[in-house]
Design a protein around this ligand. Structure first.
Ligand SMILES: [Ca+2]
Ligand SMILES: [Ca+2]
Ligand SMILES: [Ca+2]
Ligand SMILES: [Ca+2]
Length: 372
């Protein structure tokens, strides 16, 4: 094998050729961040599933799952480390267990994701096997970090709203995003049985400073009271746009005009209209259904024009062969493409009322003037 660094390799493909990295600026050497702080190697077990976010000071915040044993027990925990330009990488620290000196989290903690808001508060979510008043089912847990108070205690956000524990199925794979109003949005997949059936659904909860955490709600089924989504829905990803509309994508096994294959579905939350119905975005363009195989693991991002971009992997065969490929689609925020007057009460009539009112005032003033 070639020992040429990747930065100098030319990658040649059948229809195109490009230099992987032609910049004179080279990347830094790879460094271990989960172990070896101050030359001490204490992290002696599996570290995996990293996720990260960068704040407005360019501090890098990394979270991952770790099997290393310690004062926190022998259960898997979520660890955290950060990089600041001045100090470099911090030591890794457990954030899923211990608050006020009490180690209470004795179940495995997995699959953490992280987001930073515009005040540089760090928000972390993961799923957790610790038992408690929320039952013995896996739940979504949350912790945050502020400079003033440090790391908060971990709290269950998928069950126990208003003291009612109704979520009795496994909750997995949370993803977190924060909008410009510091509202925290979390999505995950959930096995709890309800009016939506026994199939796995996408659930959502949010946190507002004044209200705390909302109840968890199913967003993949039940639009307008109609429960049509009867296949498993999983691995959601979430993004917000400049109007704080929430965009969620996931893979879905529900059958429909798109066939019996797994598809990518999409739903959004608009402040004015609430959650949209779920819709398939991986098949059926122009009513042509050509995507006939497995589509999964979508990720979503929104650009500065509020265009939504989605990528996923797909097993559909085509001129590209029978191998698994990465697929992509993009679309404008559906809420922005509806009629411009649709968001105004009474539509155009609203403007008409204002015009009639102004004319009325002018007529009234003129009469007053002529009466003198
Ligand atoms: Ca523990
Ligand atoms: Ca529960
Ligand atoms: Ca369902
Ligand atoms: Ca299909």
């Amino acid at each position: 094998m070639s020992s040429t660094p990747a930065s100098f390799q030319n990658i040649t493909r059948p229809i195109e050729s490009f230099n992987l990295k032609s910049s004179t600026v080279d990347f830094s050497n790879t460094t271990v961040i989960s172990d070896g702080f101050g030359g001490v190697y204490w992290n002696d077990n599996f570290s995996g599933n990293p996720a990260f976010a960068i704040d407005s000071s360019n501090t890098v915040h990394v979270v991952w799952g770790d099997e290393t044993d310690g004062v926190w027990g022998t259960d898997d925990e979520i660890m955290y480390a950060n990089y600041t330009i001045g100090a470099g990488w911090s030591n890794a620290t457990v954030i899923s267990d211990e608050f006020g000196g009490v180690y209470w989290n004795d179940g495995d903690s997995y699959r953490s994701t992280v987001a930073v808001d515009n005040s540089n508060i760090i928000h972390v979510v993961w799923y957790d096997g610790t038992d408690g008043q929320w039952g013995t089912d896996r739940e979504i847990m949350y912790a945050n970090y502020t400079i003033a108070t440090g790391w908060s205690n971990a709290t269950v956000i998928s069950d126990g709203f208003d003291g009612v524990y109704w979520n009795d199925g496994g909750s997995f794979g949370p993803t977190v995003v924060v909008d410009s109003s510091k509202k925290v949005h979390v999505v995950w997949w959930d096995w709890t049985i309800g009016p939506w059936g026994t199939d796995m659904e996408i659930m959502y909860a949010n946190y507002i400073i004044t209200n705390g955490w909302s109840n968890a709600t199913v967003i993949s089924d039940g639009f307008g009271g109609v429960y049509w989504n009867d296949g498993d829905s999983g691995t959601p990803a979430v993004a917000v746009d400049s109007k704080n509309t929430v965009h969620v994508v996931w893979y879905d096994e529900t059958d429909g005009v798109w066939g019996t294959d797994t598809e990518i579905m999409y739903a959004n939350y608009d402040i004015n209209t609430g959650w949209s119905n779920a819709t398939v975005i991986s098949d059926g363009f122009g009513s042509v259904y050509w995507n006939d195989d497995f589509s999964a693991d979508p990720v979503v991002a929104v650009d500065s024009n509020n265009i939504i971009h989605v990528v996923w992997y797909d097993e559909t065969d085509g001129v590209w062969g029978t191998d698994t490929e990465i697929m992509y689609t993009s679309f404008a925020n559906p809420a922005f493409t509806v009629g411009i007057t649709q968001g105004i009460p009474f539509g155009d009539f609203y403007i008409l009322f204002i015009l009639v009112g102004i004319i009325g005032i002018i007529v009234y003033i003129k009469r007053k003037v002529y009466q003198k």
